[in-house]
Design a binder for this molecule. Structure first.
Ligand code: NAP
Ligand code: GDD
Length: 334
């Protein structure tokens, strides 16, 4: 089996590539040109994957990527994925995150119409939620240009499935994190901050809305659900979530506590990190995924928080002063 992954250099792309390699897939990744390489997350598997230069903004390069890879499965994970940036660059976000889906679907329709297609849809589409928990039937109410662009990509995927009989599915994934999460997202910002404070590199962590609630899972678990969706007989959309919700404050409490610190001594709220419109709370209902895909998350919320803190401590601690026991019961599994 051959898979083509857009966004292979991102958090999910790197976990998905590892997962597919472990199942014997030939893995192709789309990377965009930049002045310096950005392959940290895939360095350890670099010699096992094939990379193809293309861009979600460029139809010709995407069509060539599909023609060259001749994939059985295409996973479209590439996007401008940071919500605050979408308020500052709404047009670019629409181009990458929205119209980019049209370009990749066109490339598949013309060059590999039998390939199965996975679109990375998002719980951000539920935005100002109309019911709790959110299911595959909950109407969307996006609250950011990013969320609006994802709604376009979502419905376009449904439309290509219904119009052209393509095996095209959307995974509506709730927030999922890991030690490979970008440093600007709140979870990684917190665990990086905790590690810096513990190591004496800084003393405070400035955050925005501490009361926002998210249904947070572990990225390694979520890429398994993406693959399972493409192994079904019928193409269908699925919510992928833990069903549990926590505040940003809860995340801080566990993260600081895991290194013997109190978040109240270090976290400062700063209006600079508030958004023009906020998504106050998200809670997914993973029942369809559990029943039909046999999917279940394996890493709990607190295990994931501690895993991320451990990994950041390890990364930031100077080699010479690394201590063996940082007060954790478990070893890093990143
Ligand atoms: P991420 O770490 O931000 O990775 C995004 C990837 O997209 C990177 O590889 C990036 O390449 C690539 N990319 C961006 N613009 C591109 C362009 N114009 N052409 C080609 N590649 C481009 O995101 P993630 O957390 O792995 O998320 C993967 C996908 O799932 C995204 O679509 C995201 O919106 C969606 N999603 C994520 C979550 C979550 O909680 N993580 C939840 C729901 C949905 P560079 O390395 O070159 O920047
Ligand atoms: N980034 C950030 N930085 N967020 C903060 C901060 C801060 O300093 N302080 C509080 N928050 C709050 C945000 O206001 C938001 O309510 C919540 O923390 C989560 O923010 P992010 O981690 O930036 O993620 P997100 O929920 O906006 O978006 C992520 O999840 C979506 C799925 O629901 C991204 O991965 C999206 O790409 C993804 O689709």
């Amino acid at each position: 089996m051959r898979a083509l992954i857009t966004g292979i250099t991102g958090q999910d792309g790197s976990y998905l590539a590892e997962f597919l390699l472990s199942r014997g897939y030939e893995v192709w990744g789309v990377v965009r040109r930049s002045s310096s390489e950005n392959f940290e997350r895939i360095q350890h598997i670099r010699d096992q994957i094939k990379l193809f230069e293309a861009d979600l903004l460029d139809q010709t390069s995407l069509t060539r990527a599909v023609q060259s890879a001749r994939p059985d499965e295409v996973y479209n994970l590439a996007a401008q994925s940071f919500v605050p940036t979408s308020f500052v660059q709404p047009v670019l976000t629409a181009e990458f995150t929205g119209i980019g889906v049209a370009r990749i679907l066109e490339a598949i329709k013309n060059a590999a119409p039998k390939a199965k297609f996975y679109q990375a849809s998002s719980s951000e589409m539920f935005g100002k939620v109309l019911e709790t928990p959110q299911t595959e039937k909950t109407p969307f109410y996006p609250r950011s240009p990013y969320g609006v662009a994802k709604v376009y990509g979502h419905y376009l995927t449904v439309n290509y499935r219904e119009s052209y009989g393509m095996f095209a599915v959307s995974g509506i994934l709730f927030n999922h994190e890991s030690p490979r999460r970008g440093l600007e997202f709140v979870t990684r910002k917190i665990t990086d901050g905790v590690a810096k404070i513990k190591l004496g590199l800084t003393n405070e962590l400035r955050l925005g809305n501490l009361e926002a609630r998210r249904d947070w899972g572990f990225a390694g678990d979520y890429v398994r659900a993406m693959w399972l969706m493409l192994q079904q007989n019928e193409p269908k959309d699925y919510v992928v979530a833990t069903g549990k919700t926590h505040t940003v404050r809860d995340f801080c409490e566990i993260a600081f506590d895991s290194v013997g610190l109190n978040y109240k001594d270090h976290v400062v709220t700063d209006a600079a990190f508030l958004r023009p419109a906020e998504v106050d709370q998200l809670t997914g209902c993973p029942k369809r995924a559990e029943k039909e895909l046999g999917w279940k998350p394996e890493v709990s919320f607190s295990e994931m928080v501690e895993m991320m803190v451990r990994a950041d401590l390890k990364r930031l601690q100077p080699q010479s002063t690394r201590v063996v026991n940082l007060g954790f019961a478990k070893k890093a599994a990143v």
